[in-house]
Design a protein around this ligand. Sequence first.
Ligand SMILES: [Zn+2]
Ligand SMILES: [Zn+2]
Ligand SMILES: [Zn+2]
Length: 183
Amino acid sequence: MISDSLLNSNGGKPSHMNKQQLNRVIDSVKEICARSGWRLTEKRRGVLELLLVSEVPLSAYEITDAYNQGTEKTIAAMTVYRILGFLEAENLVHKLGSTNNKYVACSHITCGYKHEIPQFLICGECQTTKEIACGGCPDEQEISISKSVIDELSKLVSQAGYTLMNSQLELRVLCHNCATSKA
Ligand SMILES: [Zn+2]
Ligand SMILES: [Zn+2]
Ligand SMILES: [Zn+2]
């Protein structure tokens, strides 16, 4: 279980979610675990929680450092890589190619969503990342990209004689905060 110091070791930056929200997500993860028959070990949970509270994508090394600063137990970078691979396969975290393969926690863990290819808006200034809405999201203001847009892209790519290998969109944007502070 994540310690408060681990929660606060987020580089002193404001946390992405409070303890209550975090607990709600972890409860959903426990249900997913129970259904899929894998265990939410302390280390898996610690890695996931660090990503859940982070405003920005984190590399495996940044996660390793934060973990080791926040708890008495230490974790090896190799273990973090393995855990990230596992969590990624379960769609609980996603890897972003455009940020040098840093990771973000999935925004739809509590939505009961059968995950499709994730799509993202990534602020080019502060790296704040928004995963696009899933359809089951309670927040209707989230933007979503319909499957037909992705299908269309895929069709255009194949018409040009190429094969689309990864349809994960990572759109570079200016977030509201950065746009305001620039004005
Ligand atoms: Zn997701
Ligand atoms: Zn920004
Ligand atoms: Zn959702």
